[in-house]
Design a protein around this ligand. Structure first.
Ligand SMILES: Nc1ncnc2c1ncn2[C@@H]1O[C@H](COP(=O)(O)OP(=O)(O)OP(=O)(O)O)[C@@H](O)[C@H]1O
Length: 386
C-alpha cells in the first residue's frame, strides 16, 4: 500500500468518481472528512450515491439489483473510483463493470487488478442505515443474518470466502438431495458433501456467535443510553430458528445431531433443512421478542442502537471507524436521538454521508459540514460548506 502511516486518523473517502453509474453520467467530487449532507427532491440520485460508496466498500450493491442494472441506461459499462485515506495511507479503489459476450467486472486496488472480492474488503468499511433497515426487526431471518454477514465480511475477508464456499456446497448438497429423492442414487456422494457442509457450517456459526457476543453488549449499552436506562435490548443467536446457541456450547455435537435429525426428511423433500442459511437472531427488549411486542418507535430506536454498535464493532475489529451512510433516516428520528447520533459522529470523528429531501438544520458547531445539492445525477457543492 502506498502513502504514509496515519495511525489514529479517521478513515474517510476523500474523493469519489462515477461514470455511467445509475443516473450519474460522470461525477468527480471531493468530500468532507466529517459530515456531508446530500439534499434534493425525490429520485435525483441521493441513494444511488450512497449505493456507489457501499459498493466500493463491499464489492456489491446492497439493493436488490444486478450489476447490469447499475449501468446508466443505454450505456455499456459503469465505473466507480474512490480515493480513501485509511490507516495504510492513501488507497485507490476502482470497480469497472462492462457488458460484453461475457459480462465482466474488474476491481483494482491501488491500480492493481485483484481476482477475489475478498481482497477489496477492509480498505473502505461502511455502515449503512436506511429506512428499510426496520426490516431487521420485522422482516425475515435473512434480514437479520445479513447484518452479521455483511459486517463480519468487511472486517474478516476470510469469513466472506467461507460464506461463498458454503453457498456452493449448499447448492451442490441440494442438487444431490433432489437427485436421491428422484432416482434413489447418490448416498455415498452425499456423505462427502456432508463433511464439507458440517465443517463450513461450524466455522460460520462459530464466527457469528463470536461476533454477536461482542455486538450484543454494545447494542444493549446504546439502547440504554438512548432510553435513559429504561430498555434492555438483547440479541441472541438462534440455530435452526429455535435453539439458542452460545460460545460455550458443543457446536460440533449440535450440528451432528441436526444432521441425523433431518436426514430422512431432507431426502424426502430434496432440500437442506438446516444450516447457517436457516438460522436467525432473537432480538428482545426487556425480555420480550421485539418483533412481536415492540412499538414502531422501539423498533426504530433498537435499529439505531444496533447501527451505533456496529460502528464500535468495526473500530474494535479493524482499528478504524467505518464511513457512516445515513439514507433519509435523520428526519425519522426525534430531536433527542438525532442529537445523540450527531454527537457520536462528531466525537468519534466518523465520516458521514446524510441524504435528505428536507433542508435539515443541524445545530452543531465544531463539526465541518459540507452541503451538496443533488439534481438529476449532478452534485452541486454549496459554497462555504453550510
Ligand atoms: N441504471 C440506471 N440508469 C439511469 N437511471 C437510473 C438507473 N437506475 C436508477 N435510475 C434513476 O435513478 C433515480 C433514483 O435515484 P435514487 O434512488 O438515488 O433517488 P433518491 O434521490 O435517493 O430519491 P428518494 O428521495 O426518492 O429516495 C430514478 O430517477 C431512477 O430512474
Amino acid at each position: 500500500m502506498s502513502g504514509h502511516s496515519r495511525r489514529g486518523s479517521p478513515l474517510y473517502l476523500e474523493r469519489l468518481g462515477l461514470t455511467n453509474y445509475r443516473n450519474y453520467e460522470t461525477l468527480n467530487e471531493d468530500f468532507s472528512a466529517q459530515l456531508n449532507i446530500l439534499s434534493g427532491p425525490n429520485a435525483q440520485g441521493k441513494t444511488n450515491l450512497l449505493e456507489a460508496i457501499y459498493y466500493l466498500a463491499t464489492g456489491k450493491t446492497y439493493r436488490p439489483a444486478r450489476d447490469l442494472q447499475l449501468i446508466r441506461w443505454n450505456h455499456q459499462a459503469f465505473s466507480i473510483q474512490g480515493k480513501i485515506r485509511n490507516k495504510q495511507g492513501y488507497v485507490t479503489l476502482e470497480v469497472l463493470y462492462k457488458i460484453g459476450e461475457q459480462n465482466s467486472k474488474e476491481i483494482k486496488v491501488n491500480g492493481l487488478k485483484i481476482y477475489k472480492t475478498s481482497e477489496l474488503l477492509g480498505n473502505l468499511t461502511a455502515v449503512l442505515f436506511a429506512p428499510e433497515d426496520l426490516n431487521i426487526i420485522k422482516g425475515s431471518p435473512l434480514e437479520r443474518r445479513k447484518i452479521l454477514d455483511n459486517d463480519i465480511s468487511q472486517v474478516s475477508p476470510g469469513y466472506f470466502l467461507k460464506l461463498q464456499q458454503y453457498n456452493r456446497v449448499l447448492n451442490q448438497r441440494n442438487y444431490l438431495l433432489k437427485k436421491i429423492r428422484e432416482r434413489g442414487k447418490g448416498f455415498d456422494e452425499l456423505e462427502i458433501w456432508n463433511e464439507q457442509f458440517l465443517e463450513l457450517s461450524e466455522s460460520i456459526i462459530l464466527k457469528r456467535i463470536n461476533v454477536l457476543e461482542k455486538l450484543s453488549p454494545l447494542t444493549r449499552l446504546m439502547q440504554r443510553k438512548l432510553t435513559n436506562g429504561q430498555e434492555n435490548l438483547e440479541i441472541r443467536y438462534l440455530f435452526s430458528r429455535q435453539k439458542e446457541l452460545k460460545l460455550n456450547h458443543d457446536l460440533k455435537k449440535v450440528l451432528l445431531e441436526e444432521l441425523e435429525k433431518y436426514r430422512g426428511e431432507e431426502i424426502k423433500k430434496g432440500i437442506s433443512l438446516w444450516g447457517p442459511h436457516r438460522d436467525d437472531l432473537l432480538i428482545s427488549l426487556n425480555g420480550n421478542d421485539l418483533k412481536v411486542y415492540g412499538s414502531q418507535g422501539q423498533h426504530r430506536t433498537a435499529v439505531l442502537a444496533l447501527k451505533l454498535s456496529e460502528l464500535e464493532f468495526f473500530k474494535a475489529e479493524s482499528g478504524e471507524f467505518p464511513v457512516l451512510l445515513l439514507d433519509d433516516v435523520l428526519s425519522e428520528l426525534d430531536q433527542e436521538r438525532r442529537g445523540f447520533l450527531l454527537n457520536i459522529i462528531k466525537e468519534k470523528k466518523i465520516q458521514c454521508f446524510i441524504t435528505t429531501t428536507e433542508d435539515i438544520a443541524l445545530e452543531n458547531d465544531r463539526i465541518t459540514i459540507q452541503k451538496f445539492l443533488i439534481r438529476q445525477g449532478t452534485l452541486i457543492k454549496c459554497r462555504g460548506g453550510k
